[in-house]
Design a protein around this ligand. Sequence first.
Ligand SMILES: Cc1cc2nc3c(=O)[nH]c(=O)nc-3n(C[C@H](O)[C@H](O)[C@H](O)COP(=O)(O)OP(=O)(O)OC[C@H]3O[C@@H](n4cnc5c(N)ncnc54)[C@H](O)[C@@H]3O)c2cc1C
Length: 466
Amino acid sequence: MTSVGIIGDGVAGLTAAVALARRGFDVTVIGRGFRNTNSYLAQAGIALPILDGDSLRAHFIDTVRAGGYLNDEEAVWNVLSRASEAHDFLTSIGLEFETSETEGGHSFHRVFTIRNETGKHMTNVLHMAAREAGVNFLEGFVEELGVGDRRAYGVFLNGEFLKFDATVVASGGFAGLYRYTAGSPLTIGLLIGDAVVKGSPARDLEFVQFHPTGYIGENGVFLISEAVRGAGAKLVTEDGERFVNELSTRDIVARAIYRQMQDGKRVYLDATGVEDFKGRFPQIYAFLVNDGTDPSKDIIPVSPIAHYTMGGIAVDLWYRTAIRNLYAVGEAASNGFHGANRLASNSLLECVVSGLEVARTVARERPKVGEVPELPYAFDSLGDVDSIREVLWEHAGIVRTEEGLREGLRELGETDVDPRLKLLAEGVISCALVREESRGAHYREDFPVMRKVFERPSFFEGDCHL
Ligand SMILES: Cc1cc2nc3c(=O)[nH]c(=O)nc-3n(C[C@H](O)[C@H](O)[C@H](O)COP(=O)(O)OP(=O)(O)OC[C@H]3O[C@@H](n4cnc5c(N)ncnc54)[C@H](O)[C@@H]3O)c2cc1C
């Protein structure tokens, strides 16, 4: 029986696991528990252009507009046209959506949601379905992919080699490589860096989405979902002045807040006018109240935080990487679906679609690894990851300049950290340097406009080229 190892137990990994196990593969998922994934934290929901009055074309236009026209059109059509399949799959395993709402950048209320805890419910039913389908679960952190001569043979977990015929990277993005993020601190992109080292390029690394409304409180960083703005909350300065259309795309809102903060002003979200905040946003309400802020009475201090990484291991439409028998799905992968900026709630859709699609690809290719050659394994420790977080936050953040990026590269050279994380951070900075324009989530103060000549994805394989 063909064995498949999936690294990551978020929506992408679990979807792939269910789909592969149902096809009779011997599937093992390795992760830190689905409650520790970013998927579990997803609040708003999943964008599906399937309601009466909506259309694929409208969703396509919204996606490409948000993506700064850098999206791979084939990838966009490919994902969006599988939305009804994704909906069917999720409901068939027991997920029950409650309502559909709108978010910044969407021209239709197509974000399917469950009490603003969509990710929690989605990962829960997927995990149950995976168990029912006979998927094996191993808890742990994969240190390295087992790759020799551009062919994958499995993974290294706790120094021990586990052999798989097919290996699927579903380990999420790398927003956790920034100082402030509301996501899991484990999403640092180690395996993205590892894949680059072992011969599979990364794509579009410079595009990092900052969520405009993070709450940096006593009890950690928490995200105040866009849906709160969708429900009517307003952004105001400490003087009570509004300064941006709250429903613009994330990059616009994040930069507007950043500018106010650069001018020395604190920024707040005023949700006091939102009816039944507690009932509509129970997770957010509980976190804020626990932290001493009652959103029905108090304005909420907010700051942009690193949220989502559009880039990842470059894959084709079938989620194959440049390494044989190695596949990548979800936020860890990049085939241009999001372009330069992800449209809100498009990532859960991509996770489900890529999970279902990769199962078809593996079923078609039926990879089989024979004898395993001597494989390189050099893991020692992750090192001082916080030092990278500081460098990226300071020099490759919301607003970038050539000077700052070069300083970032210099400081990166002084960090004492796993070389694959260093390489990934180098990829972010060097691609941000090469892209002398502003597009989507990438904003260069020294090149503040979009330039036609840069309407191309970037690829990083040790150096960055467009
Ligand atoms: C607070 C928050 C709210 C969000 N809300 C929404 C939303 O409403 N709608 C939407 O579409 N998107 C949302 N997103 C984005 C979305 O949740 C993620 O893009 C998506 O869930 C990524 O899923 P994934 O399966 O690719 O990876 P993840 O869910 O990130 O899961 C990957 C898992 O793999 C683990 N892992 C990483 N490396 C290794 C390793 N080496 N070995 C073993 N395990 C490893 C990670 O720890 C992680 O737990 C949100 C993100 C955050 C942080």
